[in-house]
Design a protein around this ligand. Structure first.
Ligand SMILES: Cc1cc2nc3c(=O)[nH]c(=O)nc-3n(C[C@H](O)[C@H](O)[C@H](O)COP(=O)(O)OP(=O)(O)OC[C@H]3O[C@@H](n4cnc5c(N)ncnc54)[C@H](O)[C@@H]3O)c2cc1C
Length: 406
């Protein structure tokens, strides 16, 4: 005998939890199936454990921060806006705060409080939860879905919401299950690719490991097109990461990067001409100073050693620097090239780009256009955004749409 539900949500992450709350709020008998031992494992690690749950800005700004299929998100964001997210959590008793860049966090700085708030709402509305649930098959017969689990338990229901997320950070329970179900029911799945992911380089940058730079311009040239971002970045022993590198990774993740070059402009506020004028002035003024000491006042010490070695600039007195050496120096500061190898493994991408093709999903309900009463929400869809709370907003808005529509 199988137990019958109006709605079964597969996946108890951000999108699954919110969709179950709205489904149950409409009086639907709702069950969440989660294969982890607890809900919201990925939510727990978001925002470095603080959970940047949305961005307190206009819908237009959210749309501008979505890399793939922003248009699809138009209805969802209008139905459940960033403002709705803030009100939803505050009405549930979670105090929030807005930080730099309009990033919204729980006032407690604890992502666990976001999970607790959602779990409490689920309990209040009578959502049933089955943890440690390994699903074997999902079938549809005569308008009824039948879900069989590995432990021989069977569930039947009118509607299924797939909220299994992307494939990155597999330790949090991420799995390709949602893609498999989508394919089984005739959907296209766009090949998953890493997004918001470190950019691995060919050059040996190990001596720069851990070095963080602010106010620099990072450009990636690939297929004769240049993608550029200004802000903060970080070196690891073999990759470029930090906000601007992660952002660029989402823009270049569909290209073959083996011939791509990354260029760093360490002094974007100065043109080459202005930098030349500055050097001429300073070299004259501090003619007795060593080049290395002088550069150390302009750039982090480790970086100076790295690029003087790389450009084979000899350490000498400023007065002895030739015009040619000055040009090398200017080029180093304005266009320091590093060869790109590839993006890091998809598992370390903060989000997954690709997923269920939104062309086959109704943007006003998140229901499949091919299979009535089958819904897809959150990161399992081919929608991804930059950092700043935009990805969780996608989960809340699409989860709301499905929960409200079932
Ligand atoms: C380190 C990190 C930090 C992040 N920080 C932020 C941030 O601060 N702000 C932001 O907006 N976004 C952030 N993100 C992105 C954000 O976490 C995701 O976009 C969001 O969690 C997607 O929600 P989801 O519900 O679609 O998927 P998930 O939250 O991944 O939930 C999917 C759930 O489905 C379950 N599941 C998978 N397969 C099965 C199966 N076969 N059976 C049953 N259950 C299954 C999983 O265990 C999981 O619980 C971050 C991501 C990472 C990795």
């Amino acid at each position: 005998m199988s137990e019958f539900y109006d709605v079964i949500v597969i996946g108890g992450g951000a999108a699954g939890m919110i969709s179950s709350i709205f489904s149950a709020r409409h009086g639907k008998k709702t069950l969440v199936l989660e294969h982890n031992e607890k809900l919201g494992k990925k939510l727990y690690i978001t925002g470095k454990g603080r959970c940047n749950l949305t961005n307190n800005s206009s819908i237009e700004n959210h749309l501008n921060h979505i890399v793939n299929n922003g248009k699809f998100m138009y209805s969802a964001l209008n139905a459940f806006s960033p403002q709705s997210t803030i009100e939803f959590f505050e009405n549930a008793g979670l105090k929030l705060k807005t930080e730099q860049g309009n990033r919204v966090f729980p006032a407690s700085d604890k992502s666990s409080d976001v999970i607790k708030t959602l779990t409490k709402l689920m309990q209040n509305y009578g959502v049933q939860i089955a943890l440690n649930c390994e699903i074997k098959t999902v079938e549809k017969q005569n308008d009824i879905f039948k879900i069989k689990c590995i432990n021989s338990v069977e569930y039947t229901c009118n509607s299924v919401i797939i909220a299994t997320g992307g494939v990155s950070y597999s330790g949090t329970g991420a799995s390709p299950f949602g893609y498999e179900i989508a394919k089984q029911f005739g959907h296209n799945v766009i090949e998953p690719a890493p997004a918001l992911c470190p950019i691995v380089v060919k050059d040996d940058i190990s001596q720069l490991n851990g070095l963080s730079l602010k106010n620099v311009n990072l450009s990636i040239k690939v297929n004769n097109k240049i993608y550029s971002e200004f802000g903060e970045m970080l070196f690891t022993y073999n990759s470029l990461t930090g906000p601007i590198a992660l952002k660029l990774s989402s823009l270049i993740n569909r290209f073959n990067l083996s011939k791509a070059t990354a260029s760093i402009d360490f002094k974007p506020a100065l043109t080459k001409e202005k930098l030349n004028d500055k050097f001429l002035r300073d070299f004259n003024l501090y003619s007795n100073k060593d080049l290395k000491n002088y550069l150390n006042s302009l750039l982090p010490v480790r970086l100076v050693s790295y690029f003087t070695e790389k450009s084979q600039l000899k350490n000498k007195k400023l007065a002895e620097i030739t015009k040619q050496e000055r040009t090398i120096l200017i080029n180093c500061l304005k266009k320091f090239d590093i060869s790109v190898k590839c993006l890091d493994n998809i598992n370390v991408g903060i989000v997954t780009s690709g997923g269920v093709d939104v062309k086959q999903i109704n943007s006003k309900t998140c229901m499949s256009k091919l299979v009535p009463n089958l819904y897809f929400v959150g990161e399992v869809l081919n929608v991804d955004a930059f950092t700043g709370g935009y990805n969780l907003q996608i989960a809340w808005s699409t989860g709301y749409l499905a929960g409200n529509s079932v």
